[in-house]
Design a protein around this ligand. Structure first.
Ligand code: AMP
Ligand code: ZN
Length: 467
């Protein structure tokens, strides 16, 4: 497989450290709120990557952390712990919040056919590992204590910015979302490994440590959890592009200083999903979650299909129109596959060569959009229906969009949510007129007009046009 490596800024051939065994680490959610569909785009593409590696014959150990402490509202070391913020918002304890949103996250993953990682490790399970890692960093003189906190000293490294290729000065500008500067730091880019001097007296989760009662910084969590389960050599580390700096930059700094050698060979980053106003957020505008999409009648797998249609290294803009379009295409595709006859002979040579072509196509920097084209190529091919079904079932081990459905599955609709909404209103208007409720009938006509829909009553019934 060839994959773009943020570390080298090149598409490279993927080669694992240990023959046939890939150690893969993905930064998990901060469980203070629901995941938005942007976060889930990242998890979905990581899921496709894991499944593709397995599909091409490799064994994968996939580890994911759950951040339930230490992630401050700014990715720099300022602001409030996100977990505490969530607990205050909902008048619950941090542990209650963590449990609830962790479960909600995995429910969303299930709906999107995202496989559970082999190991899921909450940060609060690993306090002794964090302390041990920080002790070694202090011993090796990569970390210092100032005003009660333990900091990583970035001036000790020649290549702190190896992942970004930019200077810390340039990068810090975007990270700080307030102007408070931590005057205890020796260098601006230094970061906290262990907090004891929290600005918030009521920090709920605190542990004893050699530096006093406190809690770990966010970055150390991922370094220590990865090393705990994957050992000293990691093959591939994943996250969204916003993780490149400071989170992953700091992870490399800590891990390599701790280990004394190179830690991870490949860095895989998924670009953001944006809404039409720009960056997706959990606090402004409509909070786009999987449940919200479902409440509006969308199939979560149509959202997965929508994401697969674009390349993971490109920003993707979400709109309901775009999701409508994806739903329509997805449903049409399912309908074509539903119509295939499984009771036909299988041409194994066809299946093998289509699989090889799929591996070649998707293996070129995880090109899922062309992977979807492979589905249409199979449908058009001159072979038996059963061969097509067997091939598509196999592609679905990677794409996971339930391409081959049970014969008893409900038929899919070829209409968009918008069209279904219009038809429901027209039906309601018909009933209102029958009931001589003309006020309601007019109201519906106006409502449709506000939606950009013009209706026309004909002898055959009501027709409509969309502006
Ligand atoms: P968080 O729960 O905030 O730690 O984020 C979880 C994951 O979602 C991280 O890997 C982020 O990089 C990623 N992420 C955050 N915002 C977006 C977005 N708008 N689109 C795609 N991924 C995102
Ligand atoms: Zn992480």
């Amino acid at each position: 497989m060839n994959i773009y490596n943020t570390l080298t800024k090149k598409v490279e051939e993927f080669k694992e450290n240990e023959n046939g065994k890939v150690k893969m680490y993905t930064c998990g959610p901060t469980v203070y709120h629901f995941a938005h569909i942007g976060n889930l785009r990242t998890y979905m593409m990581e899921d496709v990557l894991e499944k593709f590696l397995r599909y091409s014959g490799l064994d994968v150990l996939r580890v994911m952390n759950i951040t339930d402490v230490g992630h401050l509202s700014s990715d720099g070391d300022t602001g409030e712990d996100k977990m505490l913020k969530g607990a205050k918002r909902e008048k619950k304890t941090v542990l209650e919040i963590a449990e609830f949103y962790k479960n909600a996250f995995f429910e969303d993953c299930k709906k999107l056919n995202i496989k559970m990682p082999d190991i899921v490790e909450p940060a609060t399970n690993c306090i002794p590992e964090f302390i041990k890692t920080i002790e070694v960093l202090i011993e090796k003189d990569y970390a210092y204590i100032a005003d009660g906190n333990v900091y990583f000293d970035t001036s000790k490294l020649d290549d702190y910015n190896v992942l970004t290729g930019h200077s810390s000065e340039e990068l810090m500008v975007g990270v700080r979302d307030d102007v408070t500067e931590d005057l205890s730091k020796k260098n601006k880019s230094d970061f906290v490994l262990w907090f004891t001097k929290s600005k918030f007296d009521d920090q709920e989760l605190k542990w004893d440590s050699p530096w006093g009662v406190g809690y770990p910084g966010w970055h150390i969590e991922c370094s220590a959890i990865s090393m705990k389960h994957c050992g000293e050599y990691l093959d591939i580390h994943c996250g969204g592009v916003d993780n490149i700096f400071p989170h992953h930059t700091n992870e490399i700094a800590q891990s390599e200083s701790y280990l004394g050698h190179k830690w991870c060979n490949y860095w895989f980053h998924v670009h953001h999903l944006n809404d039409e106003t720009g960056k997706m957020s959990k606090s402004k505008g409509e909070f786009l979650t999987v449940s919200l999409l479902e409440s509006k009648g969308y199939n979560p797998l149509a959202y997965r299909f929508f994401c697969l249609q674009s390349h993971y290294r490109k920003p993707l803009t979400f709109s309901y129109d775009a999701l409508d379009q994806a739903t329509l295409t997805y449903n049409k595709l399912l309908k074509r596959i539903d119509a295939l006859n499984p009771d036909t002979p299988i041409d194994n040579d066809f299946v093998a060569s289509a699989k090889a072509k799929f591996i070649d196509t998707v293996g070129n920097d995880l090109n899922t959009a062309l992977g979807i084209t492979c589905i249409y190529d199979v449908l058009k091919a001159d072979t038996t229906d059963a061969s097509k079904l067997a091939t598509l079932k196999s592609f679905d081990e990677v794409l996971s969009i339930n391409l081959v459905r049970e014969k008893t599955a409900e038929p899919v609709s070829e209409k968009t949510e918008f069209e279904l909404q219009i038809e429901a209103l027209i039906e309601e208007r018909k009933q209102a007129k029958k009931d001589k409720n003309f006020a309601r009938a007019d109201e519906i006509r106006n409502q449709l007009s506000d939606m950009g829909v013009t209706i026309k009553d004909t002898r055959e019934g009501t027709t409509y046009t969309i502006d």
